[in-house]
Design a protein around this ligand. Structure first.
Ligand code: NAD
Length: 282
């Protein structure tokens, strides 16, 4: 089987650099103990927006590893010629535009971008119906996928406990609550068989009155260089359960995204979750 030819979109960003390192590691470069895959993958192209400092630089050197002989470009269409997959951690508008291209070309499209609107998500789902092999997740780490399953089960078992989700991220993050907090909220809502959209309380301020039973609350902290901390608190009479995840390094997201790309290459077009990638669809 030939190595998967991957385009890293948002190559100049924090996750872009981690994704370049993960793709290179799966292509055979020894790095951070990442596990090499039999089929492997190769960095086909690396793309960012026009005008960013990364344009024109070697992707490997930019990401802090050996030169890969691939210059970061701002020509998305040229980058996609001959590619198999896109690993995309950019911004909602960019991810929707890429989803259209992935559908037209029948590519694997791994989307880590957060902050997507309902309309963005609908466009991405449509791309899955039109030929793209999409895996979208608010968090690509294995630990977070497992945590979400634990949260779903705990929310079902403790049906009348109050659920609050607390997250903290670095001071450059532009959307809130985080995609991971929303993923955990969706898991809790699934456990309760309710819709998160109509049961979430995303902001509290001023005289709010008592907590409305059955809602799922969110609280957001921002500061420093925190990669991502999440806590799901189930509070009942005289006891409290806290389920926590601490991301220490972006490698966990990049490795999960690379794993999803290898998995999606063998699937029919459609929109998939990390539960499906990991076979956790009970
Ligand atoms: P960042 O700002 O460091 O990087 C984003 C990059 O995307 C930038 O270099 C930007 O120039 C580029 N970009 C924006 N629009 C573009 C376009 N039209 N074409 C090409 N490139 C474009 O941000 P980051 O910390 O790397 O995070 C990126 C996204 O990934 C955010 O939405 C973040 O929340 C999300 N994220 C998801 C996970 C996950 O596991 N799902 C983990 C970490 C971050």
């Amino acid at each position: 089987m030939a190595a998967l030819k991957v385009v890293v979109a948002g190559a100049g960003g924090r996750m872009g650099a981690a994704n370049i390192r993960a793709v290179a590691a799966l292509g055979g470069l020894a790095l951070h103990g990442a596990v090499a895959n039999a089929a492997g993958m190769t960095l086909h192209a690396a793309v960012d927006r026009p005008g960013t400092a990364a344009i024109g630089q070697d992707a490997g050197l930019y990401a802090g590893i050996a030169a890969l002989g691939v210059k970061i470009t701002d020509d998305m269409d040229a980058a996609l010629v001959g590619a198999d997959a896109i690993i995309d951690f950019t911004a909602p508008g960019a991810s929707v535009a890429l989803a259209h291209k992935a559908a037209a070309l029948g590519l694997v499209h791994i989307i880590g971008t957060t902050g997507c609107s309902e309309a963005d998500d609908a466009a991405i789902a449509e791309a899955g119906r039109q030929g793209a092999r999409v895996v979208k997740s608010g968090n690509f780490s294995m630990g977070m996928v497992v945590l979400a399953n634990l949260v779903r089960k705990a929310a079902a078992a403790l049906a009348d406990y109050d659920i609050e989700i607390l997250e903290m991220h670095h001071n450059k993050k532009v959307d809130a609550p985080s995609g991971s907090a929303l993923l955990l909220g969706e898991a809790a809502a699934a456990g309760r068989k309710i819709a998160l959209k109509t049961h979430s309380v995303r902001v509290r301020d001023g005289h709010t009155g008592p907590r409305e039973a059955g809602t799922i609350g969110f609280a957001t902290l921002r500061g420093g260089t925190v990669v991502g901390d999440h806590s799901v608190i189930l509070a009942g009479p005289s006891e409290r359960i806290e389920l926590n995840h601490r991301a220490e390094d972006r490698t966990i997201f990049a490795n999960g995204a690379a794993r999803a790309a290898l998995w999606a290459a063998g699937q029919a077009p459609g929109l998939y979750s990390m539960n499906e990638v990991l076979g956790l669809t009970d």
